[in-house]
Design a protein around this ligand. Structure first.
Ligand code: SAH
Length: 346
């Protein structure tokens, strides 16, 4: 079955023409798919074409399997079902500046970060562009009845987006298309564990999304303890790639830094981090680690977070504490899917 939502308009046009259909149908179908409509709902297509599409193609690559809403802050957590029976997570957060949807890019992940629940069972498979778009269009449909929609997207769910490079880039171009989902690149953040070669390639795509880099350590020695990927890509190469990204896109880079008790969270680590980032157009998101019970790593106290931030700010590094949301609904990083796989979610 062909996932039509993953086709660029030109490809859709060619595909339709190869089947003897009129090229202008491509625009109609593209716009319906961008609004998450099924073939049955595409009322300006003749019945014959609709039937044919249903036989050969997929309109909705994902479905929403469960929704949980936080009583604390209204954050909603989704478990998305894929057509092959796999599932991934997404989180919808409400901020002052609009609704942000966090989506997954792979089923599982093979990066092996010590603190991350998404990687516990490795990578099952890459997600397609249509599946990533499906996460957005499904949630948009849900919000439609309240006159709402997703304003911002962050690629911070399960998976390493740059380890699924082609599908991710295709997703971004499709998401930005004004006739489709229409979310501008400035409203999208891509988070990477620091695949420096792919970061350099991505800098040249002409997609000015916000690049977030999961740094989590002020030197390679500590980073290797937390992130196996640090063996392949030293911090120096990652920062060089960031500088190229900043130069090519004119956008500042965000560094994610989760404080892990006894590993990377002391004031001297903050000082080393400040030295590392001095002069760079960047911002640091300091995150208290979400404990993952399967691992022996723990988060830190609020006092430790404040001290860490103080050191960075004194050294003129822009840094803030990232707010946690949806604490009561397994809002964090792969926790819901994990629970589902373990049989804890109906
Ligand atoms: N693979 C990408 C995106 C997915 S992870 C990346 O590594 O950036 C999204 C973010 O959540 C990353 O910054 C990741 O390091 C962070 N994260 C994962 N597990 C966490 C945990 N237990 N506590 C806090 N942050 C975590």
């Amino acid at each position: 079955m062909i996932e039509l939502a993953g086709m660029y308009p030109d490809e859709l046009k060619e595909w339709l023409m190869s089947r003897g259909e009129k090229p202008f149908r491509a625009g109609q179908i593209f716009s319906w798919l961008g609004r998450g409509r099924t073939f049955d709902e595409m009322t300006n297509l003749d019945l014959g074409l609709r039937r044919r599409l249903k036989e050969e193609c997929v309109d909705a690559a994902v479905e929403i399997r469960t929704v949980r809403e936080s009583a604390l802050d209204g954050t909603r957590k989704f478990l998305f079902g894929l057509r092959d029976g796999n599932c991934v997570e997404g989180v919808l957060m409400r901020y002052r500046y609009g609704r942000t949807l966090c989506i997954s890019t792979q089923v599982g992940c093979r990066m092996g970060c010590r603190f991350c629940a998404s990687t516990l069972e490795g990578r099952v498979r890459d997600m397609t562009a249509a599946e990533m778009l499906g996460e957005v269009t499904r949630v948009n449909r849900l919000l439609e009845s309240d006159g709402e929609s997703v304003h911002n997207i962050v690629l911070m769910g399960s998976g390493e987006p740059l380890d699924n490079y082609d599908n991710t880039v295709r997703f971004l171009r499709l998401a930005g298309n004004e006739k489709g989902v229409n979310i501008g690149m400035r409203h999208i953040s891509l988070s990477t564990c620091g695949l420096a070669d792919k970061m350099l390639r991505f800098a040249l795509e002409g997609l000015p999304v916000t690049l977030s880099v999961s740094l989590h350590a002020p030197n390679d020695e500590i980073r290797k303890k937390l992130m196996p990927v640090a063996h392949a890509y030293p911090i120096r190469r990652i920062l060089d790639a960031c500088r190229v990204y900043i130069e090519k896109t004119g956008r500042r880079v965000i560094f994610e830094y989760a404080l892990v008790d006894g590993v990377n969270s002391r004031p001297e680590h903050a000082a080393m981090l400040a030295d590392l980032l001095r002069g760079m157009q960047c911002h640091v998101n300091v995150i208290p680690l979400n404990d993952v019970p399967e691992r022996d790593l723990k988060g830190v106290t609020e006092k430790q977070v404040a001290e860490f931030l103080d050191v960075l700010n004194e050294k003129h590094i822009s840094a803030t504490r990232r707010r946690e949301m949806g604490d009561d609904i397994e809002g964090a990083c792969g926790q819901l899917r994990k629970k589902y796989l373990d049989g804890g979610v109906q």
